[in-house]
Structures are given as structure tokens and as C-alpha cells.
Ligand binder design. Structure first.
Ligand code: ADP
Ligand code: VHF
Length: 375
């Protein structure tokens, strides 16, 4: 069996699978309503996974699109507040439609709304993981979406592709399936004559020269770029991804030759570190000296106050920040233990000195090595 066939078989046999469906393939022409027939067909495929003894987590976009009609809007609003209002109206309708469709298969759904914080901050991701795992143990189909109504610009994924990859980490999925409105990854814009389907991405070089563009619809948001990124995030934790159009979902889940399959990378990094690298938007920058660059990159140490020369941005303890070399290049990203107000008083000083002058609480490293990922 070739590598591609092995991967497709792994998807077909996945015990736990995360399936993500995009707004563009769930909505009818114009994008203002959810196409119930497509939703029902998708639910049928997920029920089939359950019927063969598997478990499924559905990550569904479409809240904003589902809210357009009831709000009398013709197109997806551009401003965040109206998008959030649309999501608030649409999310309930969307999950109600899923609950009805799953009930025909005697399956119950549970809604899980997540923000980027929920999959990056230690306490939150542990909670999210526990809830999702418990739902699966109870035989429920979790339906995940971004918590659009509270997410702000800074912390928002916007698309659900990367969120789906992070959810696949959270639940320890065996496969990730991304369903969209295009049948596969193409080597150029799918609308351009001469572009051809890529059936498998087995190594990063397979993406060299591929023109990966933005969304082709009025309701989708990440386009192909966030899907390829999502496959990379899942792959880094050893999880294979299949991308296909919604109409081919059954074939994709059965391991047939549709869409594009992405091989996981050979070396998987700790998934927590991946969340930090891929899920977070840095709230500030810590510029460090050359000694700290070497310590972090060569010796993989924690970041201590002594090596920091400048603090940029406004952040609180627990926020993601970039660590930059003296030339401004971001070399790492991590979750910082102190706020941007506290740090300037600590720069260049040893932890011993800080503990003596400011108290034991200041003995902690600025970013612990477990919370730091090299970029
Ligand atoms: N190289 C490519 N191959 C396939 N599709 C691409 C490519 N570059 C850009 N796209 C566009 O990405 C779109 C899918 O992304 P998007 O609209 O965000 O969907 P979704 O709502 O499912 O997340 C396709 O409809 C297509 O127009
Ligand atoms: N959380 C948003 C998802 C936004 C979106 O368009 O995502 P996608 O279609 O996956 O690119 C919603 O439910 O409308």
C-alpha cells in the first residue's frame, strides 16, 4: 500500500474523528440561509461514523450566515458587532437544525462554544478537553463553534479551520476532515483553467509552488490558506487530514479517493506548544539580548528577567507574547507570567535579587519553557 492509501485507510478506520464544515458549503446561493438538505446529509455521514463504532466531533461554521436571513441582511456584515449579532441569532438556529437532524438517528448533540483562549490557557484548555471528552463518553455528538459573540478582534480565529485542528488535538482525534465548497486543494485558483487537483500532500515540499488563496464565497472566511494551516497543525500532532467538498463527505470518511489527504509530520511536537504557536495572537513583544537568544534556542531554557531588554505592548499574566531577538526578529512565542506593568521593574535582574527585593512571587521565570515554543 502506498502512503496515500495508508492515510486514507487510517481516516476510514479512525476511532475518533473531528469533522469541520465551512459556512460556504452549508449555505444556499447568496449565503443567507442554511441549506437544510445539505445539513441533513452531513448528519447522515456522522451518524454512519457512530454506527460503525466511531466517535465524531462536529466543528460547524455557519452561525453568522444563518443569522443573516432573520436579521434581514443580504450579505455578511463587515463590522465585528453586526457579525456577532448575526452569530447570536444564527447559532441557536444552526444547533436546533442539527439537533433535529441527529434526533432522526437517535443521537443527541451538545453545543460547545470556544474562544482562542479556551484552547491555549492551561486552565481553560483542560476544562474544554474534559467537557468534550465527557460528552463523547456519554455518547453525545459535540458541535463546536467559535464563541463569536464574545470573541474580540485580537483573540478571534474568525475561520473555524484552525479551531478544528486544535479541537482535534484536544480530543486526541485519529483524523480531521475539512469539508468545504471546493472538491480538493488545487495547484492554483480552482476557477482558473488548467489548475489541477492535488490528491495528497505527503511532505511540505508538495506545497511548493501551490497558489493558496483566500475565500471564494461571500460567507466563508479563511479560504484555502487556513485549511492548509489547519492540516499542518493537526499533522504536527500526528493527525492526518482530508479536505473535500461537503457533497463528498461520505466518500472522504470512507477513505475513498476524493479531495486531498495531508500526511502528518514525522516528528510530532507537544500539542500544547502547537496551540501556543498556532492559536494565539501575541499581545506584546519581549526583546531579549543575544545571551537569552542562545539560551532559548540552543539550550531550550525558560526565559528569565535577566535576558530581557525591552517590553512592548500591553498584556497581563497568561497572555501570549512574542520573544524577539535584538534585531526584532520573533524567535519564540510563549505565555508570559507577568503583566506589561510589572516587567519593566524586573528587566536585567536575577531571579534571586528579585525574590529578595520584591518577594518570592517574583522568583518565577518570565516564560516557563513548557509555555514557550520556538518559531
Ligand atoms: N489552491 C486552492 N485550491 C482550492 N481552493 C482554493 C485555493 N485557493 C483558494 N481557494 C478557495 O478557497 C475556498 C474555500 O475556503 P472558504 O470559502 O473559506 O470555505 P469554508 O467556508 O468552507 O471555510 C474555495 O472555494 C476556493 O475558492
Ligand atoms: N464562527 C463563524 C465562522 C466563520 C466562518 O465563516 O468560518 P469558515 O466558513 O469556516 O471559513 C460562524 O459560525 O459563522
Amino acid at each position: 500500500m502506498g502512503t496515500e492509501a495508508v492515510l486514507r485507510a487510517a481516516v476510514a478506520q479512525a476511532r475518533r474523528v473531528v469533522v469541520k464544515v465551512g459556512s460556504s458549503s452549508l449555505t444556499g446561493p447568496g449565503g443567507g440561509t442554511i441549506d437544510e438538505a445539505r445539513l441533513v446529509a452531513l448528519v447522515g455521514h456522522l451518524a454512519a461514523v457512530r454506527a460503525r463504532g466511531g466517535e465524531a466531533v462536529l466543528v460547524s461554521s455557519g452561525a453568522i450566515a444563518a443569522g443573516l436571513g432573520p436579521l434581514g441582511l443580504a450579505t455578511r456584515p463587515r463590522d465585528l458587532a453586526t457579525q456577532q449579532a448575526a452569530a447570536s441569532v444564527g447559532q441557536g438556529a444552526l444547533v436546533a437544525a442539527y439537533a433535529r437532524a441527529f434526533a432522526h438517528h437517535h443521537l443527541t448533540v451538545g453545543q460547545v462554544l470556544l474562544t482562542a483562549d479556551d484552547v491555549t490557557r492551561r486552565t481553560h484548555y483542560t476544562n474544554a478537553r474534559r467537557t468534550l471528552t465527557r460528552l463523547l463518553d456519554l455518547g453525545i455528538v459535540p458541535i463546536v463553534n467559535e464563541n463569536d459573540t464574545v470573541a474580540t478582534h485580537e483573540i478571534r480565529f474568525g475561520d473555524n479551520d484552525r479551531l478544528a485542528a486544535l479541537v482535534s488535538h484536544l480530543v486526541g482525534a485519529d483524523a480531521l476532515v475539512l469539508l468545504t465548497d471546493v472538491d480538493a486543494l488545487y495547484d492554483g485558483p480552482p476557477s482558473r483553467a488548467g489548475s489541477s487537483r492535488i490528491s495528497a500532500v505527503l511532505r511540505p515540499e508538495d506545497l511548493a509552488g501551490v497558489e493558496i488563496g483566500g475565500t471564494g464565497s461571500s460567507v466563508g472566511s479563511g479560504g484555502m490558506a487556513t485549511k492548509v494551516e489547519s492540516a499542518g497543525i493537526a499533522g504536527a500532532a500526528g493527525i492526518p487530514t482530508v479536505l473535500s467538498r461537503l457533497a463528498d463527505a461520505g466518500h472522504a470518511l470512507a477513505g475513498e479517493d476524493v479531495g486531498t489527504v495531508f500526511a502528518p509530520q514525522a516528528r510530532s511536537r507537544a500539542s500544547r506548544q502547537l496551540w501556543i504557536a498556532h492559536a494565539t495572537t501575541p499581545r506584546g513583544r519581549l526583546v531579549v539580548d543575544e545571551g537569552a537568544v542562545t539560551a532559548l534556542t540552543k539550550r531550550r531554557t525558560s526565559l528569565l528577567p535577566a535576558g530581557i531588554v525591552e517590553v512592548q505592548g500591553t498584556f497581563t499574566g497568561g497572555d501570549p507574547v512574542d520573544v524577539c531577538a535584538p534585531d526584532g526578529r520573533a524567535i519564540a512565542r510563549g505565555l508570559v507570567n507577568y503583566s506589561s506593568g510589572e516587567l519593566p521593574h524586573m528587566l536585567g535582574r536575577s531571579t534571586h535579587e528579585l525574590a529578595r527585593d520584591l518577594g518570592a512571587a517574583y522568583e518565577r521565570e518570565v516564560i516557563h519553557r513548557d509555555d514557550l515554543v520556538l518559531l
